[in-house]
Design a protein around this ligand. Sequence first.
Ligand SMILES: N[C@@H](CCC(=O)N[C@@H](CS)C(=O)NCC(=O)O)C(=O)O
Length: 120
Amino acid sequence: MLKVWGRRNAFNVQKAMWLVGELGLAHELIDAGGSFGGLDRPDFLAMNPHGRVPVIDDDGTIVWESHAIIRYLSARYGLYAAVLGQRDQSAVRQRRSAVRVPTNSWTNTFKRTDTLRAIV
Ligand SMILES: N[C@@H](CCC(=O)N[C@@H](CS)C(=O)NCC(=O)O)C(=O)O
């Protein structure tokens, strides 16, 4: 299951959680940062050497930086969730291997998604 480290009152975490909610992804939110602390723990720093939230672990894929997380989740789950018009994660996951996470700019993520959506 998707794990998200962060605190609900942090705006960078809220960006990631907004998309997690929009995509209907099952997830576990692990309180971290602010009064929860934990960002200087070695196991947390091993995931994000910057010691900041949000961080996600998607079945072993660790991503930090809120915009990188949004790009990752959009590329992996957003396109097919939108195209299929449903929130069946198993169907989304079965197809995610066909989706490459774009390596160029944030803007191109959406250009590419729009193009693919038009094709499909
Ligand atoms: N550029 C990073 C900034 C991350 C960041 O500064 N997160 C803040 C919360 S919004 C943080 O971890 N603050 C320390 C804390 O919560 O203890 C991102 O977009 O994820």
